[in-house]
Design a protein around this ligand. Sequence first.
Ligand code: GLU
Length: 449
Amino acid sequence: MEEQMTFQEFMAKVEARNPGEPEFIQAVSEVVESIWDVYESNPRFVKANVLERLVEPERVVIFRVPWMDDNGNIYVQRGYRVQFNSAIGPYKGGLRFHPSVNLSVLKFLGFEQVFKNSLTSLPLGGGKGGSDFDPRGKSDDEIMRFCQSFMAELFRHIGPNTDVPAGDIGVGAREIGYLFGYYKKLMNEFTGVLTGKGINWGGSLIRPEATGFGIVYFTEEVLNTIGETIKGKRVAISGFGNVAWGAVQKVNDLGGKVVTLSGPDGYIYDEDGVSGEKIDFMVTMRNSNRDMVQDYADKYPSAKFFPGKHPWEVPVDVAIPCATQNELNEEDALKLINNKCICVVEGANMPCVPKAVEAFQKAKMLFAPGKAANAGGVATSGLEMTQNAMHLSWPQEEVDARLREIMKNIHKACVEHGKEPDGYINYVKGANIAGFMKVANAMCDQGLV
Ligand code: GLU
């Protein structure tokens, strides 16, 4: 057998194999670093070369997506589906429509999804897909034509027992509707091939809110470890999309106050708190396809707009970045630490750059990674799949109770695998090890495939 590699040698090999994919390398490096000792000390994993197999997607599909705008102009977008790992269930993960989408971003997201889905304790493999299509400024008809063209190719690669996509940035209830309608037409089959469906055609109650609710349930668990709760806390949230929307609702439910939201154009600070009808206005902003948070400050005089800036300069107790990857840099992290923020929970996937995470951990701050904290979204997608398979739908209370229980269990797993000798809980390590063990063991059990 080949002599055992060091972590550095392993990463050098991954980098050489995946040139020009910085986000993917970043995600792999974070996971592999925290599971390295566990991996190395497990001869079964080493013998099966599980780690090298785990960082290679099982399949990547890339396809042309031509579409026509309302004026008859024709454009070509690139479509993707990264089917990363199916050791513990069918590939599962969202579709992202955003101009920043490329292979590196989707491989990072697919890789993260493998561990996240494993943490949910449901039988879900990991995948991700999407397109560099920019929904900004597009009409409803243009969105529909794009979704139909996208599904005209994707349909042959997915299925309720093969790969079950869902939403992500730029893909919400409307897009899932158009995608589902076209799949059904092509396959002549009404089946739970996508999650995040409308409530009258196979969707699950709570799914729209689930990612945000789950994040705040998880935050509550994290705060409980130091005898604190959300109640009375000032919370900074970034983004204003689906994840932020659910999180704002639940922070309000639990008695906290959300004082910021953000967009690509800057952030708003609302000392009165984002609550009541202002939460509904987040949906209006999202549906406008403008992608500008300034609209909030234009509508509500209690809010001030700070163009081109990040919300992390505002003094808060809890920060929940819910926008996108690498949105919170080292400088932002130092501001939060200086302002005595006690807890940072990642709502988005990998929103904090590695140096920011390092700074939080060095300051012994409570820090939870997205793959643990935002797993409630995909977990509730898993519950939607279960309901579809049983041809019934659970009441809201039941879905919410299951979601809450799942988030509690993920937190427990993070503590079990991440508690350090001095009592500090390293949630990054905990989440990565807990997610990894299950997938790695399943891969070993299933032989060399
Ligand atoms: N896009 C979400 C995520 O990042 C949800 C995926 C799903 O529901 O399949 O986990």
